[in-house]
Design a binder for this molecule. Structure first.
Ligand SMILES: [Fe+2]
Length: 291
């Protein structure tokens, strides 16, 4: 009886040790089979929510961005991905400032728009939703609002989550592109990037609100993820970090460049995402916000 009790206590201690160790680390690792094709680790700087503006926060957010660029450059990353809200209001002068600063990255940079650049996702004719003029304004400046690239043995796809569910002509064009880029029987693992996280708390959570991708488009994406070897879905928008996992896909939202939420509690910064055959490692970097 005494031995059994000792064994039980030992088991409880072991389990609590495992849980304590897991929650103490910031790294999250998953190992889908397709990752074994990654010969050399690929280092991605995930940067988001820069909010370049010409208003009262102009100097502060610009200074934050310069600090992040310096940190990223020191890490010798393979590629920089900026997951939207490049600017506050998507004006030509803001785009111009964003472009000048972004040239300071040493590595190749890819970016996609966020709701502050081109408007909120369409959820029923509310103010500030995506429209032709705002989308065109971005495209005139930067071209397409989605991309696909291969870095080492990792494919990285960026998509415009503000456009999803809008019914606009460009949306049809984007889904065609995504279906082509995300085929069955993948050779390389895919890292997928949008501005909005697909979900916050629950894969089946409702839409009609500000923070997530609407359920119809969320499940359309999940279908593509499952067939095409997506290992991670990265995003911004929340202005705070968030990690989830569903069906062997890591869902990760980075903290922002401009300002964290809750204000004063969440420090700004960026995340180094390293993809290797052992899994995906997340390393958050923080900056002292400029006054
Ligand atoms: Fe933002």
């Amino acid at each position: 009886m005494k031995i059994r009790k000792t064994l039980l206590i030992a088991a409880i201690m072991l389990i609590s040790f495992i849980f304590t160790t897991e929650s103490a680390t910031t790294n999250r690792v998953n190992t889908p089979a397709v990752l074994t094709n990654v010969v050399n680790p690929v280092k991605i700087a995930l940067v988001s929510d820069v909010h370049i503006n010409r208003g009262t926060n102009q100097a502060r957010y610009m200074a934050n961005y310069e600090k992040v660029i310096e940190q990223v450059n020191r890490e010798n990353v393979d590629v920089v991905i900026i997951s939207g809200d490049l600017t506050e209001d998507g004006t030509p002068s803001e785009y111009s400032d964003f472009r000048s600063l972004t040239k300071k990255f040493k590595s190749t940079v890819y970016f996609i728009p966020g709701n502050h650049d081109i408007g909120n996702k369409k959820i029923g004719g509310k103010k500030g939703e995506i429209n032709f003029n705002r989308l065109a304004g971005y495209q005139i400046y930067f071209g397409k609002t989605w991309f696909s690239t291969t870095v080492g043995n990792v494919k990285i796809i960026g998509a415009n989550s503000c456009l999803m569910g809008s019914g606009m002509k460009k949306e049809t064009e984007m889904w065609k592109f995504l279906e082509k880029e995300m085929p069955r029987k993948p050779k390389l693992p895919i890292v997928f990037v949008t501005h909005h996280p697909l979900y916050e708390k629950n894969i089946e959570e409702k839409g009609g609100e500000y923070w997530n991708v609407e359920p119809a488009e969320r499940f359309r994406l999940i279908g593509l993820f499952q067939q095409s070897g997506v290992v991670a879905a990265l995003s911004g928008h929340l202005h705070r970090p968030l990690t989830n996992q569903y069906n062997n896909v890591l869902y990760y939202t980075t903290h922002p460049v401009s300002f964290g939420l809750p204000q004063g509690k969440q420090k700004p910064g960026w995340t180094l995402v390293t993809v290797s055959k052992n899994g995906i490692e997340l390393k958050p970097f923080f900056i002292e916000p400029s006054k």
